[in-house]
Design a protein around this ligand. Structure first.
Ligand code: SAH
Length: 328
């Protein structure tokens, strides 16, 4: 909900300050889907608030459950829809949040790009994905957040920052438990670095050179590979934090010995680069997973480089990375 508006309304009703605080606290507790459930409020007030506002700006239209993931189709007030994913890693639960309806970047391997770009999500819509999941899993709670759902978070910069601020002020999720993934908007990588937060940054790299990357990620035409790497070196030099590079191995695209050599050189060039090697998740009309995954992993291991073979959750329900799409 828009807490500012609700507060204004409550003030207009001349309700005492403690009521406002109570309602805001209830909202952020993630225990409620509607005002009607807030039994600690007088009944008339509950009905009145429910009539005038909706507690969450997202509402569940469909839920698909897999062994360790749940994927929800969430409808927004303008009837557009997004997907949001909950991943169960055993020791903690991670919510994978969408930042846009669709995505304008059109990466060859990603389903979201195929639905085109509809609009940015508001801060409220990003936040309410977390509160929605908190409600669903109560009394468990979301331990980590990744902005790796639909959309490019760095193209929705202002709302992203507003969301992060609200999270920091109202939810018990520390910055180190939050990760943002970008396809590589270079100016924003610099801006993000200069914010000096402890939020983790991941880069969807997927290729070790300009030529390969521009084939699968059109954004590379605008933001060149060498400039991208320069910005990543700036990030690690200034933050001294590990930087996560995502690399989904795609048959006949980025999986040759030459690619592997270049990747090794890149990782050797900066010890704070940490590679997440990812088996490509199949998407309709997309590219094929490479069979060189073990070769890549073994060679990186032998070279003592920082990497892990990322466990892919949610493939059978199409909830995995790059599989989020609405309307097709
Ligand atoms: N636009 C941002 C946020 C989306 S995150 C970004 O590009 O980083 C979605 C993650 O899933 C990205 O790391 C993306 O590269 C990855 N991804 C997309 N399609 C995939 C696929 N088919 N298999 C595995 N990972 C994929």
């Amino acid at each position: 909900m828009d807490t500012g508006e609700v507060q204004k309304y409550l003030s207009s009703l001349n309700l005492p300050q403690y009521r406002q605080k109570q309602i805001i606290k209830n909202y952020f507790s993630g225990r409620y889907l509607s005002f009607l459930e807030m039994t600690d409020l007088p009944k008339d007030l509950r009905l009145d608030l429910e009539k005038n506002f909706s507690l969450l700006s997202v509402s569940e239209s469909k839920l698909v459950t897999d062994t360790d993931t749940q994927k929800s189709l969430l409808t927004l007030k303008d009837n557009l829809a997004i997907e949001s994913v909950l991943m169960d890693y055993g020791d903690w639960l991670t919510a994978c949040l969408s930042s846009q309806v669709g995505c304008p970047l059109n990466c060859a391997f990603c389903a979201t790009g195929k639905m085109g770009f509809k609009r940015n999500l508001t801060a409220e819509e990003m936040l309410d994905q977390i509160l929605y999941w908190n409600h669903k899993i109560f009394p468990k709670y979301i331990g980590r957040l990744v902005f790796m759902g639909m959309g490019e978070p760095f193209l929705n910069w202002d709302n992203l920052l507003a969301t992060l601020k609200i999270i920091k002020e109202n939810l018990n999720i520390g910055s180190r438990k939050i990760s943002i993934s970008t396809a590589g908007l270079i100016p924003k990588i610099y801006e993000f670095t200069d914010l000096n937060t402890e939020i983790n940054l991941a880069i969807s790299l997927h290729a070790p050179d300009q030529e390969t990357r521009q084939k699968i990620m059109p954004i590379t035409l605008k933001y060149q590979f060498t400039d991208l790497i320069k910005s990543l070196n700036y990030y690690t030099a200034h933050t001294r934090r590990q930087l996560f590079l995502e690399y989904a191995l795609i048959d006949d695209i980025n999986d040759s010995q030459d690619h592997l050599n270049k990747l090794i050189n890149l990782l050797k060039s900066n010890r704070l680069f940490y590679l997440n090697l990812i088996p490509l998740n199949p998407v309709k009309g997309g590219l094929n997973p490479s069979s060189n995954l073990n070769l890549f992993a073994d060679t990186l291991e032998k070279n003592h480089l920082n990497f892990s073979l990322r466990r892919s959750l949610g493939q059978s329900s199409n909830s995995a990375c790059g599989q989020l799409i609405v309307g097709n």
